[in-house]
Ligand binder design. Structure first.
Ligand code: RIB
Ligand code: CA
Length: 329
């Protein structure tokens, strides 16, 4: 079973990624970062989700600001708590003593060559970890992120929120040399929970009903802001290569991050040009690193697979045994 560490800013879709990873992968830890809300709120949300799902997984708190520019928490998409729409239980655990950056480094050392790091919020923690421990990129099996887009952005016409929040951090991560998977809005916006799905969840157990409330809030907000009729499951898409790899198709290409302070700041420039002659290859950016970029998705099959994980989640004390038992995977 693939070992993953999720670096997140819960966040409705982050909450879905945590459940989906706990159900199908060996989730060895959760680190939190500012983004959808302050890092204090995203950390509390991660702890409350661990309590709801009865997960015995360490949570480490991370960076509260980007590397360069100050960050203002919007709260407009995910609400004042960062995960509005349902009452979550009080946390039953505290964060570990280690900062998220050190937790990431130590986890990669412990699980050398096995660990997949999944940034699904701004990349600040991961960038600082890569700078603090230059061997980190080699210790990791890979980095599978939700971020960027090959087409339209969300925070700006061309930039996606996680990358836009800290482009310098994203640049460090994309250039790290670690094997990289990027799933962007061009794919994740197709993976949406409908109002019918929400009704199905609402008829389920305690956990399914909680996620129904979360998705209902998220879907309404996305409808108000972007005119989208479904709750976009951006973050769980980053786990798909290790759970149901056939559901998302990736293509390899160089990716560069726009760091200027102009209109295109935070853009993920994916170079899909098919340059035939060697001479033409010279015009490709020398410094860009190759990355597996998601280009298509079997969206309904993926939504159903995620829905099954939520609907099957036991609302009993034995949840931890449930997610650990191979017989169910
Ligand atoms: O742009 C979508 C991303 O921004 C997702 O990770 C969502 O949780 C927000 O962090
Ligand atoms: Ca997120």
């Amino acid at each position: 079973m693939t070992k993953v560490l999720i670096d997140c800013d819960p966040g409705h879709d982050d909450a879905t990624a945590i459940l989906y990873a706990a159900r199908h992968l060996d989730l060895i830890g959760i680190t939190t970062v500012y983004g959808n809300q302050s890092v204090e709120k995203t950390t509390r949300n991660a702890l409350s989700l661990a309590a709801l799902l009865r997960l015995d997984v360490p949570v480490a708190q991370g960076c509260e600001q980007p590397l360069i520019r100050a960050f203002r928490h919007g709260g407009d998409v995910h609400g004042k708590t960062g995960i509005d729409g349902a009452e979550l239980p009080e946390p039953v655990q505290s964060v570990v003593d280690a900062h998220a950056v050190d937790f990431i480094i130590e986890s990669a050392r412990q699980h050398r060559d096995e660990l997949v790091l999944c940034p699904i919020g701004p990349f600040t923690n991961v960038a600082v970890a890569l700078r603090k421990e230059p061997r980190l990129a080699k210790w990791l099996r890979g980095i599978s992120c939700m971020g960027g887009t090959t087409q339209v952005g969300n925070t700006t016409p061309v930039a996606e929120f996680n990358i836009w929040s800290d482009p310098e951090a994203a640049d460090i991560v994309f250039r790290s040399g670690a094997p990289m998977w990027m799933v962007g809005l061009n794919v994740t916006r197709q993976v949406g929970i409908t109002s019918d799905d929400i009704e199905r969840l609402d008829a389920g157990g305690e956990v399914a009903q909680t996620y129904a409330g979360l998705f209902d809030f998220f879907r309404q907000r996305l409808s108000e802001i972007h005119g989208i009729s479904t709750a976009s499951l951006h973050d769980p898409c980053a786990l798909v290569p290790f759970i149901v790899p056939d559901f998302i198709t990736y293509a390899e290409c160089p990716v560069e991050i726009e760091l200027s302070n102009g209109l295109t700041r935070g853009m993920t420039v994916c170079d899909f040009r098919s340059l035939t002659s060697a001479k033409l290859e010279n015009i490709r950016a020398k410094t860009a690193s190759n990355c597996q970029v998601a280009v298509s998705v079997n969206s309904r099959a993926l939504v159903e697979h995620i829905m099954d994980a939520i609907l099957e989640w036991p609302s009993t004390e034995s949840a931890n045994d449930y997610v650990r038992s191979d017989s169910l995977s």
